[in-house]
Design a protein around this ligand. Sequence first.
Ligand code: FAD
Length: 478
Amino acid sequence: MFHSGLIPGYDFFVEKKVVAIIGGGFSGTLVAYHLTCLALSDLEIKIFDEKGRFARGVAYGTGDKNHLLNVPAERMSAIPDEPLHFVNWLKEKNFWDPKKTFYPRMYFGDYLFEFFRKSQVKTFCEKVIKIRHTVSDKLIIETSLGNSLEVDVVVLATGNYFSSQFLGLSELSDGARYLRFSEDNNITSFRPSTKVAILGSGLSAIDAILSLRERGVRTEVCVFSRRGRFPLSHDKNSRKGGNSLFLNESSPLDCLRYFQSCRKLVFARRFDWRQEVERFRPFSNSIWMNWNPRQKAQFHRHLRKFWEIHRHRMPPEIAESINKMVANGEVRIRAVRNLQIKIRNSKFRLMYLDGRKGLDVEEDFDLVIDCTGFENDFSKINDPLIQSILKHLLVSMDSTKMGLDFEGEGRVVNKRKSKIYCIGPLRRGKLFESTAVPELRVQAKNLALELASILKYESSNERAVPSFFGMSMEGGNG
Ligand SMILES: Cc1cc2nc3c(=O)[nH]c(=O)nc-3n(C[C@H](O)[C@H](O)[C@H](O)COP(=O)(O)OP(=O)(O)OC[C@H]3O[C@@H](n4cnc5c(N)ncnc54)[C@H](O)[C@@H]3O)c2cc1C
């Protein structure tokens, strides 16, 4: 560190290093927190979030207590080396109940917000739309409000990008309403008789159904997806896995065969398949990295959806209430093909081929809730920042096109060796699992350590310019 007082009467003029974190959700907040803990006195951290949802982000910004974490509280600590950190926080706030496993996501958002308050960061509620180089190899970030800032390092923590498959519907709506769930959870203003179609049947669709019921919408809710299947349920006892029998050389076909043999054992009631999914998880990234692009594409085409309903599961209490709603006809789930949506008489008309009955069907709805989730193909992401950094070769896509190409602790690969890092869902493609808290908390800590080491290394190499009474001796001082 450079401080006055090393040589009496002299100061060492050293500019503060600036790290800009773009995205203030879980990943961005945790990087800022760990950097603050490292107490680098010549470092300034600036964090940008277009929605101003600092700490909570998309996942933990929900205001609905029915939206539960899908991971048991004991595995949700934000600090890698303190596994019970979140549980202790729940206890401290008197939220802890030994009979409960899955807690409201809004509690987790409050927990994260406490970290955020402790980090000494400057916040900006602005959307970053562009990054460019300066001649001195610094970076300039530009925001949609016309502001720009020169920085030394950029951390891209922008999370997932919503699929824009049905985005055109927001312009079509003429009385009927379209909303993209998770991004806009505002379903307070609907009449109990509103006829609702939900597109997609993953965990966001489950959240949407729970919110509709909570807000008193009583009509049948119709859920449309390609396979017509909800995520499966967690085990009530949520047991932890031991060692998996998987080898890193396993191909997609080996994996399928292995899980098929597990199914036989499950039917013979020898063990719970969920345990095997948990056992597999620590190995999934290394197995994925050993697959070639053709095998990765094969997995995506044939197995991804099947894997996801087993891997991203519902808490058992939620599964129970959804199953009840399906059984009594309050919720209908359809496997559909060739879905098209038009406006007819101020309603959305859905036209589709019913996959099970093989019939063409037309139905009208007042409200379409888009829960189709996130875009997996980076070349289709409709966002100015991503489009600009790809176009100007500041970043490149990995071979699967599902994320950015990076090395080490997230440094993006580019010819100019810019100090741009990525974290979280942006690392998907090269990594298989880069979505949930258990992996993101480790990424955040390691990235902060890497930044500390490169910035300190650079500081100690920097030319110290002596100054006298605060005036630089180089080039005069005006
Ligand atoms: C609904 C949901 C529930 C989940 N539940 C769980 C769970 O129970 N357990 C678990 O382990 N994981 C869960 N996850 C997964 C995981 O924890 C989250 O995806 C994680 O919070 C991702 O954090 P992030 O910071 O990378 O992204 P985000 O939380 O998406 O944050 C990114 C932020 O960047 C901002 N941003 C984007 N672009 C720009 C820009 N150009 N300029 C400025 N700001 C920008 C966005 O506004 C956003 O606030 C869930 C995910 C979702 C979506």
